[in-house]
Design a binder for this molecule. Structure first.
Ligand SMILES: [Zn+2]
Ligand SMILES: [Zn+2]
Length: 367
């Protein structure tokens, strides 16, 4: 047992509190990580607010990056001193995990949101009080964590860890949707609706894939200006311009080959279908409340032969995909650091506020 400092979510919709906690001894399948940086993601905010039922009090955080301090006796992928990025946990034994589709793990909810190890125990206590741990296998809003090996990705030691923390969730989601699922052809057209962290990652990935028309769509002009710096060739500000008309005009009436939606707003999805090219693909990564529906036109659009698909975590195998994004970062082709604003652990609640207001695209805590 060691003493650590962590940000604890104690009550729904209340600020996190920085506290001293006890971290349990390592289990065989766990890796003790000294955290260097942790990204703040929308999912942390909705769990803090009780939208997903992770039992509170809990240590959240699921975009950790740090240095391995110790490994359990069953761990084979890393040794002490390795630099690692952390991603979502998966069970490794279900049909989806065994076929490389761990983003769709049948046990994903328990693995990521259960607040405990698989045996129901937690690694965190506060003077004996149970604190939920293992959020996304990691609970990385902390100076140290016992992380399940499935969440651990070894990365290049030359790259500063505070630049890499967001790779584990938002960046992987946006870049993976493009590079692993949509796989646009070089010279094709691509549009992304919503330019938060996920949408910006998609813009950078579309450029990597060789798309020659890359349209960023948002209501905030400052974000659209930033998207142009990251590789977008056109922008549509939906406060002044109709989405479908704007896309048709940019593509000379042909429509867009692939559109990625990060907003899950039905009105925008319907407009996107209208703006798709023949054989186009509309992909959804945005989360909506259960029961949300989007009414698609299926008469006239039949002959377009179009596709709709939903994508989780960029359909990536994190241990394969994240090192590839790091290699692209080193070449200057995936400059995610331009999206990052760093915060001290004491400023964690400011990071949440700035993310929610749209002032900062990707807040990152530096421990
Ligand atoms: Zn699984
Ligand atoms: Zn996330």
């Amino acid at each position: 047992m060691v003493s650590i400092t962590a940000a604890v979510a104690r009550e729904h919709e209340k600020p996190l509190t920085l506290e001293s906690l006890e971290l349990d001894d390592l289990r065989g399948n766990e890796v003790r990580v000294r955290m260097v940086a942790t990204g703040i993601c929308h999912t942390d905010a909705i769990v803090r607010d009780g939208v997903y039922p992770t039992p509170l009090p809990a240590v959240l955080g699921h975009e950790g990056a740090g240095v391995v301090e110790a490994v359990g006796e069953l761990v084979t992928s890393v040794v002490p001193g390795d630099h690692v990025v952390m991603s979502a946990a998966y069970c490794r034994h279900c049909d989806k995990c065994r076929t490389g589709q761990m983003a769709y793990c049948e046990n994903l909810f328990a693995q990521c949101f259960g607040g405990s190890r698989e045996d129901g125990t937690t690694s965190l206590t506060s003077s004996g009080e149970r604190i939920s741990s293992h959020f996304f296998g990691q609970s990385s809003f902390a100076t140290h964590a016992n992380v399940v090996e499935a969440s651990i990705i070894k990365v290049d030691q030359e790259v500063p860890l505070d630049k890499l923390a967001p790779l584990g969730c938002g960046m992987q989601t946006g870049a993976g949707a493009v590079l692993n699922e949509i796989r646009p052809r070089a010279g094709s057209s691509f549009a992304v609706i919503g330019t938060g962290a996920v949408g910006m990652a998609a813009v950078m990935a579309a450029r990597v894939a060789g798309c020659t028309t890359i349209v960023a769509i948002d209501r905030h002009q400052s974000r659209l200006d930033q998207a142009l710096e990251l590789g977008a060739t056109h922008t549509i500000n939906t406060t002044d311009l109709d989405l479908a008309e704007g896309l048709k005009s940019i593509t000379d009436g042909a429509g867009v080959d692939a559109i990625l939606d990060t907003t899950a707003l039905p009105k925008l999805l319907v407009a996107a279908v209208d703006a798709l090219a023949i054989r186009g693909t509309l992909a959804l990564v945005g989360a909506a409340a259960p029961g949300t529906e989007a009414p698609f036109e299926i008469g006239g659009s039949l002959v377009k032969g179009w596709t709709f698909k939903t994508i989780v975590q960029g359909s990536s195998v994190p241990q394969d995909f994240i090192p590839r994004l790091v290699a692209l970062w080193k070449e200057g082709r995936f400059p995610l650091d331009k999206l990052i604003q760093t915060y001290s652990p004491e400023q964690i609640n400011d990071g949440f506020t700035d993310s929610e207001s749209g002032k900062v695209i990707k807040p990152v805590l530096v421990w």
